[in-house]
Ligand binder design. Structure first.
Ligand SMILES: Nc1ncnc2c1ncn2[C@@H]1O[C@H](COP(=O)(O)OP(=O)(O)O)[C@@H](O)[C@H]1O
Ligand SMILES: [Mg+2]
Length: 393
């Protein structure tokens, strides 16, 4: 039984009973931090670097003629990465293939979970950008959660509802847990406070607000499951809400995945040591490096597509014009079947088949399945670039 009451600079522990065990549950103080953040030289430099990198990336995406493709791809990349952080095994091509209704190979639960992540973020974004839709608020997060956990193993974790029971992180029971979040009642109060902070009309830079909100969300752990994924989705949604991002095409989980132990360590140490500055420096560096990688990736993908179009024009002979249209369909859906390509390109099935054969000969497309019916093709090099960073942990 715990004896000594732990202390925290960023909240209070309260004793609660779970089963017949007494545990210290942590209730974070509302944001913004008190005492106020110390926005020192290091923080200003990091903030400036992150803002500039994000601005460059967003500017590049904003003016792309085919930005729909990048949004499609990057939303899915984030879905894969954020789900991987907690051990879900599904690759980007598994996901894209699953969306064509045929997913041999991967455990269905895994790929479904990633697919519902995509549906959740799309729903939230649609609401936020529809003048008569919901703004970024707790109801919207609950709706996104309802979609995220709508299938498979999420179904018994109260999808769409804040929890009404005590939860814990790590360990087999609260008494042995790494961290016990607030009791349900205090969690609901804290999440209402966080909602106010999301909307607050103050001078805090949006990136700092996103960094603080993410930790606070994880500390509150308002849901029975899916807190990591909804809390990371919140980062992108908040940046869209504050017009720092003009689209939802961003994948901050790349950095968290690669620095997972620092990520968890800092989430803990904000609570135990009040290291807001250290967390924010880590977070801002994550945003900066992800934005730079994403910009570079965007440029490589664009250059590759332009080069492939040139190769098709020079070498596809009579079938060049239909091959270009099929290539354009691969740019919309890097994993697709003849039916989808035909729908996107407006070409007949036989025409798609011929053009696709040509693209395979030129080494641009490759067949995935090897079966004769419902053949699936992929834009190989394109996917290879897109999948960088999504390797299994
Ligand atoms: N010590 C901690 N304190 C606060 N949050 C944590 C801590 N360790 C991990 N987390 C967060 O909890 C998430 C896992 O919670 P969970 O509800 O299972 O989410 P998901 O199902 O989306 O992975 C992690 O991804 C991380 O964001
Ligand atoms: Mg989980």
């Amino acid at each position: 039984m715990p004896t000594r009451q732990p202390q925290s600079p960023t909240g209070v522990y309260i004793i609660t009973t779970v089963g017949d065990e007494e545990v210290h549950a942590f209730v974070p103080a509302p944001l913004p931090p008190d005492p106020p953040l110390n926005i020192d030289g290091a923080m200003i430099t990091a903030l400036d670097a992150a803002s500039r990198a994000l601005g460059r990336f967003d500017g590049a995406v904003r003016y792309l003629p085919n930005k729909g493709l990048l949004i499609y791809s990057y939303v899915r990349k984030e879905a894969v990465l954020s789900s991987q952080i907690e051990g879900t095994q599904s690759s980007l091509s598994d996901l894209m293939q699953h969306e064509l209704d045929s997913a041999p190979g991967t455990p269905l639960d895994d790929v479904e979970e990633v697919s519902t992540y995509v549906a959740a973020v799309e729903h939230a974004y649609r609401q936020m950008t529809d003048p008569s839709g919901l703004p970024l608020c707790n109801r919207l997060l609950r709706e996104a959660h309802g979609i995220l956990l709508s299938t498979g193993r999420g179904a018994d974790k109260r999808p769409g509802e804040f929890r009404t029971s005590q939860n814990w992180i790590g360990g087999t029971r609260p008494g042995t847990a790494a961290f016990v979040p607030p009791p349900a009642l205090q969690a609901q109060q804290a999440i209402s406070e966080l909602e106010k902070f999301l909307h607050a009309d103050d001078e805090l830079p949006p990136l700092v607000r996103a960094g603080l909100a993410h930790v606070q969300f994880e500390t509150i752990h308002p849901f029975l499951d899916g807190n990591g994924r909804i809390g990371r989705m919140l980062i992108t949604l908040l940046l869209c809400d504050r017009d720092v991002l003009s689209t939802r095409a961003f994948y901050p989980s790349l950095y968290f995945k690669h620095h997972r132990s620092d990520y968890y360590d800092l989430l803990n140490r904000v609570r135990t040591e009040g290291v807001w500055n250290e967390w924010l420096l880590f977070f801002l560096e994550g945003i900066r490096s992800t934005a730079e990688t994403a910009l570079e990736t965007t440029q490589r993908l664009e250059a590759m597509a332009a080069n492939d179009r040139r190769v098709i024009e020079e070498r596809a002979g009579k079938s060049a014009s239909s091959a270009l249209r099929v290539h354009a369909s691969l740019m919309e859906r890097p994993v697709l079947n003849v039916e989808t390509s035909s729908r996107l390109s407006g070409l007949s099935w036989p025409a798609v088949n011929n053009a696709m054969t040509r693209l395979c000969d030129l080494g641009i497309a490759a067949e995935v399945t090897g079966q004769r019916r419902n053949r699936i093709f992929r834009y190989s090099e394109y996917l290879k670039v897109l999948e960088e960073g999504t390797e299994p942990l």
